[in-house]
Each structure stands twice: as structure tokens, then as C-alpha cells.
Ligand binder design. Structure first.
Ligand code: CA
Length: 379
């Protein structure tokens, strides 16, 4: 029998835009950048939005394949739907595109549940523990120029003037260059600014250890993805043999993908991405597992306002780890690299002069999607 929250349609949107200026991380150049948003509608006319991390033209067909399993189900039965989708493709898709597609559907179902009940997602999750979070600025990518130190310093000055107090530098350009770049960047931003480094698994354990040791005096909050995500023994080596806390997990998937990282204590800080690891439902489970093992969680975010809103609702309920009168709450990753689809198709939260972001308070995710922009960027 049809309920008001019976799912009528599941529609993936592949969105793509050319970048005015290409940028690179240690694995590839970006000349175009896109997003894959999923629109789920119910019999009563509620629209929920979800998002998948990963190549939009590859995740969208997975969503389209899964859609018949979701249409006709009750959107409130998020857990049942998640398990049905994962189990249906378990033999073929335990990580990567399949779990990213499930993530997008799950996020949309949480958006619907919030709108159906008139509550923000963080209240459905039992929160809030906190109503605002401190943001760190991701950016500082490589451009097709030679004056890397100069444009990175300019970009840093811009972010600091906007209120950010934490900056994450992209590295992975070769050991000697990384050491010089990191030392120059710290000198440019001064000693009082939080700094992280992220080499996007450009190194093997030995090189990562050499890099970490060479910049350990620069007060670096974490060293992100030092080695490839499959190399858990490499993570353990890097963690043991250089002094900077190790972060990783944006390329790990679902509770089973994080189980081994957590049990073996491969990282000091885990970074599940809500649009990749299995959605809001799965990230909460991963964070609770991490809490039981004393591992910090700072979600990875690199998408549109949909992924940003989903992450903020989770950040509102992630446990302080460890708890105390003066805990160290999780930080919001605020990607400031160019993303025309994000900027024009979705609403993004504001950063205060103190570098803080408020958790959305409207029903559901509390994010608005511009349909005219969807048509403009449709690929
Ligand atoms: Ca990263």
C-alpha cells in the first residue's frame, strides 16, 4: 500500500563544468569538474537530494541500476533499503562506485525523512551535540604555473582573511620539492595557523617517513594519505616511524573497509566521506566503531552543498574523542578549490569571521538545489 513516503522515482543527475584554470593533486590534473546528484521523490511530492563522490558518469549508471530496487519502498526504511542494496551487489561492489552510489541514495533518504518529520537530519540522528563546527580550508592545489610558493601564499592570505584558522596543503610532488614547499608554506602563514599536509598517497612508506620526519618541526596537525589506501601495513609503518599524526580513509568503503583500519589502528584520524563510504547511515556506524577504539574521525568532504550539508549534520553528532571538559571536536573540511557546479547548483554554508560554520537547522539536509543550474550543467 502506498504511503506518503513511498518512493516514486530515483533520478541521477550527471553534472559537468569546465574549469577556468586547471588544477592538480598528486594523481591527476582537473580540467573539468563535475558532480553526481541523486533526486529521490515520494508519492507525497517530497524531494530528497543525495550525492556520490567519484566520477559522475560512472556512479550515475549504478544509481540507475539500483533504482528499481528502491522505487516502491518506504523512504523511511533507510536501514532496510541500505542493506537490500548492499547485499544485492555484495559479490561485485564492496568498495568504490557501488558504495558511492548507495551513499547518494542513502543521503537522499535522510533528506526525505527530515522533511517528512519537519526535523533537521542531525535531530533524527539524536543530536545536536554541537550546533557549529570549526572549518579548515582545503585548496592549495598545483596550478599550471611555476611560482608555486607565491600563489600558494596568496591563496593562504585570502583564506585567513575569510576567517579560516586551519589550512590543508596539497603535496606529493617529490620528496625534496615537498619538503621545501611545506617549509615555505609554514613560513608564509606564520606559526599560529593550523596546518595539515595531504599527499594523496603519492609515496611508499619509506618516502612518507622521510617526508614526515623532515617537516615534523613545523607543527603539522596531520599527514593525510601518506601511502596508497590498500597498503595498511604501510600506514602502520608511517605511523610508527615519523612523529606527525596520520590521517586517511577517504578511499575506504563501508564498515568492513574501515574495520581493519580501526582494529589495526592504521591511522590516528579516520576520514570517511559521506558521499563515498555508504552515506549518513554508514558513516555514523563507522564513527561509532572508531569511538570504541579511540580513533578520531574528521569526515572527508569534497563535493557540492549536498555532501557539505550531510557532513555538517554528522559533525553535529560525532562523539568527542576522547570526551572531557575541553574536548577536541571534529573539524569540517571546507573545500575551496574551483567547482562551478557546487557554486551555482547548490547552497553552501557561510564561514564566520572566526572560521566556524553553523549546522543547518531547516528540515532534512537544509540544502537547496537550483534546477536551472542542473539543466545548465547537465552532461
Ligand atoms: Ca585528501
Amino acid at each position: 500500500m502506498s504511503k506518503p513516503t513511498t518512493i516514486r522515482a530515483v533520478v541521477p543527475h550527471v553534472l559537468m563544468a569546465d574549469l577556468a584554470e586547471p588544477f592538480a593533486y598528486s594523481q591527476a590534473w582537473y580540467r573539468r569538474r563535475g558532480a553526481m546528484l541523486v533526486e529521490v521523490t515520494t508519492a507525497e511530492g517530497i524531494t530528497g537530494w543525495g550525492e556520490a563522490f567519484g566520477p559522475p558518469e560512472l556512479t550515475a549508471p549504478v544509481v540507475a541500476w539500483l533504482a528499481p530496487l528502491v522505487v516502491g519502498q518506504d523512504a523511511m526504511a533507510r536501514e532496510a533499503i541500505w542493506q537490500a542494496l548492499y547485499n544485492r551487489l555484495r559479490d561485485h561492489g564492496q568498495r568504490g562506485l557501488v558504495v558511492e552510489a548507495i551513499s547518494a541514495i542513502d543521503i537522499a533518504l535522510w533528506d526525505i525523512a527530515g522533511q517528512a518529520t519537519g526535523l533537521p537530519v542531525h535531530r533524527l540522528l539524536g543530536g545536536p551535540l554541537r550546533t557549529e563546527v570549526e572549518a579548515y580550508a582545503t585548496g592549495f592545489y598545483r596550478r599550471e604555473r611555476d611560482d608555486h610558493a607565491d600563489y600558494l601564499a596568496e591563496e593562504a592570505a585570502q583564506r585567513l582573511s575569510e576567517g579560516y584558522r586551519w589550512l590543508k596543503l596539497k603535496t606529493g610532488w617529490g620528496l625534496a620539492e615537498d619538503i621545501a614547499l611545506t617549509r615555505g608554506f609554514r613560513a608564509a602563514i606564520g606559526p599560529g595557523v593550523g596546518l595539515m599536509i595531504d599527499c594523496n598517497h603519492a609515496y611508499d612508506a619509506g618516502t612518507a617517513i622521510a617526508y614526515g620526519c623532515a617537516v615534523a618541526d613545523l607543527d603539522i596537525a596531520w599527514f593525510e594519505e601518506p601511502v596508497p589506501p590498500e597498503d595498511l601495513d604501510g600506514y602502520l609503518e608511517v605511523k610508527a616511524r615519523q612523529p606527525i599524526p596520520v590521517a586517511g580513509g577517504e578511499a575506504a568503503f563501508a564498515r568492513w573497509g574501515f574495520r581493519d583500519m580501526i582494529v589495526r589502528r592504521c591511522a590516528d584520524i579516520l576520514q570517511p566521506d559521506v558521499a563515498a563510504c555508504g552515506g549518513i547511515s554508514e558513516l555514523k556506524k563507522i564513527a561509532d566503531m572508531a569511538s570504541a577504539f579511540g580513533v578520531r574521525v574528521n569526515p572527508h568532504v569534497w563535493g557540492t552543498g549536498v555532501a557539505m550539508a550531510a557532513s555538517l549534520h554528522l559533525l553535529a553528532v560525532l562523539p568527542d574523542n576522547p570526551p572531557g571538559l575541553f574536548p577536541r571536536p571534529p573539524l569540517l573540511e571546507f573545500d575551496r578549490s574551483p567547482h562551478p557546479v557546487r557554486d551555482e547548483a547548490t547552497t553552501m554554508p557561510a564561514v564566520s569571521a572566526e572560521g566556524r560554520v553553523r549546522v543547518p537547522e531547516g528540515p532534512g539536509l537544509g540544502v537547496a538545489v537550483d534546477r536551472a543550474a542542473l539543466r545548465r550543467f547537465a552532461a
